[in-house]
Design a protein around this ligand. Structure first.
Ligand code: ADP
Ligand code: ZN
Length: 727
C-alpha cells in the first residue's frame, strides 16, 4: 500500500469527489479492484462503500455494472453520480424499450462509467448477450447480503447472480454489504464464486454517532424536546406500533413540528409520498415503524429517536445507523422503560416454535441489557458484533460523558420491597411505585393502600428514581417479574437478604440521568447560521428544478464548510469539502453568488484567511473544545506529553490527539518539547514518501523509532507549516 500515495486515486478523489483523504479501507479496496482482484467488503452504513466502486470505475476501461436491489433508489444513485460528473445510467422496468436501447448503445460505445442494474435483469436470457456488446470493467454487487437466505433481507432475485461468472467469464466482482454474520459472509463469497477475494471487515464503530438512553416517562414530551434541540434538522422517530406512529405524528404536528407517518398500514402511494417528502427535506421528521429504512439513502439525518425498545441489537444498530451517514455528528436517543421488555416478551411468548421463542428472548434481553447496564453504549454495541473498543471512554455516549454514580440504596430498596411484601406480591411496578410515592390514585384508594405504613415513605425521590431502582433490582434479581401482559413483582431470596438487612444494595446510575433527554451533540456548528439557511434554501430550489434530492446537490457538510470558509473564487470553492470539478461547474456560481451577496449585507464579517483553515480535517468545523485548548496551553508552557498527561490525568495518547487537533484547527504550536529532534527528522522524511492519511506504514518503516503519538503530532505540525508557507 506504501506506493499508492502518488497513484491517480488521490487525484480522482480530489478532482471528482472533492475529498481530501480516503476513509478507512477505501484505498485498499480501490487498489484491489483496479488490479482486477475480487473484493468482499463489510462496511458499516455511511462507511463510504459507493466511492469504492465509483472511483475505480472512472479509471478503468469499460462500464462498471452496479447491482442494486432497490429500483426506487437507482435514480437517486445515478443522479448523485452524475452530479459528480460520472457517466452513469440505470436500466430498469420503469423505462421504455427505446430508452433502454439508448443506454445499451451508450454502453456498447464505451460511453458509460457506471451502469446500475437490478438483479432480475439477469433472468432475461438475451441480456448478457447485450451486455457483451460493450466492455465491462468489473461488477459491483451492492447489498450483497441479499443473496443469502441467512441474511435478514434475502431476495430470491439475487440468486441469479450466482451465474455472473457464467454470463461474463473471468469478470472481476466486488461485493459490498453493511451487515454480514460469518454465515452470511461465507454464503456471499461462495454464491458469487469470488476468487480468493480481498476480504475487508471494517470497524462497525460510528464515531460521529452519539448514543444516549433515557428512562421514558413522558414519551411525547421527551421526543419533542429532543427534536427541539435539533431545530430544522431532519430526523427519524421509530415507534413500535402503527398506532403509536400515528399518535406521535399528531402530537408533533400539534407542537408545530412538521412530521409525517410511515408504516405498513398506509398504502404504497402514501408511503412513497411521505418517504420522498422526508428525503427531499420537505418535512423535518418522519415517524415510522421499522418498516421504514431500506430505501433511505439520505445522508443528513441528524437524529434517530427510538420511542420504544427495539427487539434486538441488530435492528437497533441498523436503525441508528441511518443517522449521520455524511460523517457529521448525529444523536441517537433511546427512550427506555422496562415495561417494553415485558410487552415485547409477551408477544414472544405467543410464538409456537420453542427455538424461535428462545432466540427472541435472548436477543431481547441483550437489548434491555444495553439500555440498563451502566457500561459504555458504544462498547456494548461493538461487543455485540464481536468487536472491541480500544478506548475506555468513547466520548460519545451518555455513560462516558456523564459518568456512572454509585448510590448506597439499601434503605430505598427496602422501602420498595416492603410495599411489595405488604401488598401480597400481587401488584406491578407502577402500583408499587405509586405507594412509596404516596400517590392517591383511584386504584390505590380502592385497595386501601393509602393506609399502609409504606405509603409515601419515598416521597423525597422522584418517580423516575423509583423506576430506575426497580429496573436495577430486577436486573440484579432482587426482584422477579411474572410474565404476562401485566407483570407482577415478587421478591426473590436475594431480595429478602436485602429486605431483612443481611446484605446491602448499591445502585449504579448514570449521573444526571434524570431529565437528561436533551441531545448530547451540539447541533453541527456553523459560524454563520443565517447564511447556512440561505444556502439550504438555494439547494432546495436547485434540487427541485433538477428533480433530485437536495443532498445530491451538496451535502450538509459541504454547506457548513462553505459557511466557515466563505469562498469567493472558484479556486476557494474547490477547497470546500465535497466540491469537485463537476460540482463547481454545475453549482459553483450559484453558491458563490449567494455567499457573495450575504457577505455584502454583512460587511463586519471577515472571510477567514485561507492559511488559518483546518488542513487535514476539512470537515471538522467545531472550534477546539475546552479540553483541547487546555492541553495546548500546557504544551505552550513547555511541558512534555507525559507531564501534560499526568497533570490532566489523561492518557498521553489522548493528549497527543488534542495537540494534533489543536494544530489541525490552524493554531500554531512548537513541537520541540513534545517530540525529540531526531524523531522529528525521521518522521519528516517518511511523510515525504507516504500518504499521510495512513500512519501504520510509517510506524512500521521506522521499526520502533517513533510511535503513533509522535507521528500524529509531527503530521499535524507539518501540515500546519505547509499551510502557512502556501500563502
Ligand atoms: P454507504 O453506502 O457505505 O452507506 P455512502 O457511499 O453513501 O456510504 O457514503 C456515505 C457518505 O460519506 C456520502 O455522503 C459520501 O459522499 C461520504 N464519503 C465517502 N467517502 C468519503 C471520503 N473519503 N471523504 C469524505 N466523505 C466521504
Ligand atoms: Zn461510551
Amino acid at each position: 500500500m506504501n506506493d499508492l500515495s502518488h497513484s491517480p486515486f488521490f487525484a480522482t478523489l480530489q478532482d471528482t469527489f472533492g475529498f481530501s483523504s480516503f476513509r478507512e479501507n477505501q484505498l485498499e479496496i480501490i487498489a484491489a479492484i483496479h488490479a482486477k482482484k475480487d473484493v468482499f467488503a463489510v462496511m458499516p452504513t455511511g462507511g463510504g462503500k459507493s466511492l469504492c466502486y465509483q472511483l475505480p470505475a472512472l479509471l478503468m476501461e469499460g462500464t462498471c455494472l452496479v447491482i442494486s436491489p432497490l429500483i426506487s433508489l437507482m435514480k437517486d444513485q445515478v443522479d448523485n453520480a452524475r452530479s459528480l460528473g460520472i457517466a452513469a445510467a440505470f436500466i430498469n422496468s420503469s423505462q421504455t424499450r427505446e430508452h433502454q436501447q439508448e443506454i445499451m448503445a451508450a454502453h456498447a460505445d464505451g460511453k458509460l462509467d457506471l451502469l446500475y442494474l437490478a438483479p432480475e435483469r439477469f433472468a432475461m436470457g438475451s441480456f448478457s448477450g447485450q451486455l457483451q456488446q460493450g466492455k465491462i470493467s468489473f461488477v459491483a454487487v451492492d447489498e450483497a447480503h441479499c443473496i443469502s437466505e441467512w441474511g435478514h433481507d434475502f431476495r430470491p432475485d439475487y440468486l441469479q447472480l450466482a451465474r455472473l461468472q457464467d454470463y461474463l467469464p473471468g469478470i472481476t466482482i466486488s461485493a459490498f454489504t453493511a451487515t454480514a454474520t460469518e454465515q452470511v459472509a461465507t454464503d456471499i463469497v461462495a454464491r458469487l464464486k469470488l476468487d480468493n477475494p480481498l476480504s475487508i471487515r471494517a470497524s462497525f464503530n460510528r464515531p460521529n454517532l452519539n448514543y444516549t438512553v433515557c428512562m421514558r416517562h413522558n414519551t411525547g414530551q421527551q421526543i419533542i424536546r429532543e427534536i427541539q434541540s435539533h431545530p430544522n434538522q431532519p430526523g427519524i422517530v421509530y415507534r413500535l406500533s402503527r398506532n403509536d406512529v400515528e399518535r406521535t405524528t399528531e402530537v408533533l404536528k400539534r407542537n408545530s413540528i412538521s412530521a409525517l407517518p410511515y408504516h405498513a398500514g398506509l398504502n404504497s402511494q402514501q408511503r412513497n409520498h411521505n418517504q420522498e417528502a422526508f428525503n427531499r427535506d420537505e418535512v423535518q421528521v418522519i415517524v415510522a415503524t421499522v418498516a421504514f429504512g431500506m430505501g433511505i439513502d439520505k445522508s443528513n439525518v441528524r437524529f434517530v429517536i427510538h420511542g420504544d425498545l427495539p427487539k434486538n441489537m441488530e435492528g437497533y444498530y441498523q436503525e441508528t445507523g441511518r443517522a449521520g451517514r455524511d460523517g457529521e455528528p448525529a444523536d441517537c436517543l433511546l427512550l427506555y422503560n422496562r415495561g417494553d421488555m415485558m410487552r415485547l416478551g409477551h408477544f414472544l411468548d405467543q410464538l409456537h416454535d420453542e427455538k424461535e421463542r428462545e432466540i427472541g428472548w435472548q436477543k431481547l434481553t441483550q437489548m434491555a441489557d444495553y439500555a440498563e447496564q451502566p457500561v459504555c453504549r458504544r462498547k456494548q454495541l461493538l461487543n455485540y458484533f464481536d468487536e472491541d473498543l480500544a478506548q475506555d471512554n468513547c466520548g460519545g455516549c451518555d455513560i462516558c460523558l456523564q459518568g456512572v454514580e454509585e448510590l448506597e440504596a439499601t434503605t430505598q430498596a427496602q422501602m420498595l420491597m416492603s410495599a411489595i411484601h405488604r401488598t401480597g406480591q400481587r401488584f406491578g411496578a407502577g402500583h408499587i411505585i405509586d405507594i412509596v410515592l404516596g400517590a392517591r390514585t383511584k386504584r390505590l384508594l380502592q385497595f386501601g393502600h393509602d393506609k399502609l405504613p409504606t405509603h409515601g415513605v419515598g416521597k423525597k425521590y422522584k418517580k423516575i428514581f423509583w423506576r430506575q431502582l426497580t429496573d436495577s433490582m430486577l436486573r440484579d434479581t432482587l426482584l422477579h417479574a411474572d410474565g404476562g401482559k401485566f407483570p407482577v413483582l415478587h421478591i426473590t431470596e436475594k431480595g429478602e437478604d436485602v429486605l431483612f438487612g443481611r446484605t446491602g444494595y448499591t445502585l449504579q446510575m448514570v449521573r444526571e440521568i434524570i431529565e437528561q433527554s436533551q441531545g448530547q451533540t451540539q447541533p453541527v456548528q456553523t459560524v454563520h447560521h443565517e447564511l447556512f439557511e440561505n444556502l439550504r434554501e438555494l439547494r432546495k430550489k436547485l434540487a427541485m428544478e433538477q428533480d433530485v434530492p437536495p443532498y445530491v446537490i451538496f451535502s450538509d457538510k459541504s454547506l457548513h464548510d462553505m459557511c466557515n470558509r466563505l469562498p469567493s473564487t472558484p479556486d476557494e470553492m474547490l477547497a470546500v469539502h465535497g466540491v469537485g470539478k463537476a460540482k463547481l461547474t454545475g453549482f459553483g456560481t450559484d453558491f458563490l453568488k449567494e455567499i457573495g451577496s450575504w457577505l455584502a449585507a454583512h460587511p463586519d464579517v471577515q472571510p477567514p484567511h485561507p492559511c488559518t483553515q483546518p488542513v487535514i480535517a476539512a470537515g471538522r468545523q467545531r472550534p477546539p473544545s475546552e479540553t483541547i485548548s487546555a492541553s495546548a496551553a500546557l504544551a505552550k508552557q513547555g511541558f512534555s506529553l507525559e507531564d501534560i498527561a499526568k497533570k490532566r490525568q489523561l492518557k498521553p495518547s489522548t493528549i497527543a490527539n488534542h495537540l494534533a487537533q489543536w494544530m489541525e484547527y490552524g493554531n500554531r504550536l512548537d513541537i520541540d518539547r513534545l517530540v525529540d529532534q531526531e524523531t522529528i527528522t525521521l518522521l519528516k522524511e517518511q511523510f515525504k514518501h507516504h500518504d499521510p492519511s495512513f500512519l501504520k506504514p510509517i510506524i512500521d518503516a521506522l521499526d520502533g523509532r517513533a510511535d503513533y503519538d509522535e507521528a500524529k503530532i509531527v503530521r499535524a505540525f507539518l501540515q500546519q507549516s505547509s499551510a502557512n508557507t502556501d500563502q
